[in-house]
Design a protein around this ligand. Sequence first.
Ligand SMILES: CC(C)(COP(=O)(O)OP(=O)(O)OC[C@H]1O[C@@H](n2cnc3c(N)ncnc32)[C@H](O)[C@@H]1OP(=O)(O)O)[C@@H](O)C(=O)NCCC(=O)NCCS
Length: 283
Amino acid sequence: MNLIIRPLKSAEDGRDLEEISMAAWGSDGLDVIPGHLSLTVAKENGGVILLAYDDDRPIGFCWGFWAYVEELQTWKCASHQAGVIPEYKGKGIGGRIKWAQREYTLQKGFDRMTWTFDPLETMNASLNIRKLGAVCNTYYKNLYGHMDDELNRGIETDRFSVDWWLASDWVQSHADNNRQIPTVDSVLEQGGMLLNQSCLKDGALSPQRLATPADLAHAPQHLLLQVPRDFQGVKKISLQTGVDWRLHTRELFTAAFANGYTAIDLILGDPVCHYLFKKNWKF
Ligand SMILES: CC(C)(COP(=O)(O)OP(=O)(O)OC[C@H]1O[C@@H](n2cnc3c(N)ncnc32)[C@H](O)[C@@H]1OP(=O)(O)O)[C@@H](O)C(=O)NCCC(=O)NCCS
């Protein structure tokens, strides 16, 4: 592969982005950011929109703009979307695009980037939290309402809103691949608490609660929460089980954030991954 990552500069680039987006989300085009809007933002109005090509084949993008944060009186990059076409997913391209977006944003003098993703999509969590070192303490319930693309259809669009502190040691340790990788056993041995577990019900991986939201008021420093590794697969077997996961995790994520926890890692596993939360986390 000959990977080239570069800023969006022309109307043709805008159309490349539309195509990548349709393929990445399995969308019919209605939910896709129009090429002309991408061009306006990138060319004239202060955005960071990068495209990835394998030679001249468009394969990925990220789309962000500079946003003023009223309460902190600072600027940040609000990154709205990143996408990679299905054939190239899981090969490190998304990571390369996001690291390039970090460099570009730091060069412009901003040290914070935010974006949202579905916390039940573990590939996204794996990239955003585990690989990049973004963290989350904000949960939005059904943020985008009903969406009709393949990934979102039938399930309310709850989202994590992550902060990526671009110049922090925390993020640098992820960039350098130089950090302690936790395991479920090591967290539990150090007194961490497992909030839920999964079991097979009618052939679909289903959630079971081990803790209630009220338990989190006096819980230990570290929490673990299970999510299915293949949420789309669960939805295919039983959409109702997908909905159950949404409601179950919504309750526990919301309670964790309300009690001062931050999601700081995703521990990979199969058929489940574990989110790791830490209380009063500071970078
Ligand atoms: C999210 C997305 C941009 C990530 O891009 P990508 O190129 O696939 O990401 P990367 O390969 O850099 O990183 C994904 C990581 O997750 C791992 N992974 C793959 N499948 C996984 C799964 N089911 N659960 C957990 N981790 C998984 C990959 O191995 C990789 O880690 P590694 O580099 O340590 O091996 C891409 O999958 C995508 O376009 N998804 C659809 C659109 C979307 O949801 N966009 C994000 C919201 S705006």
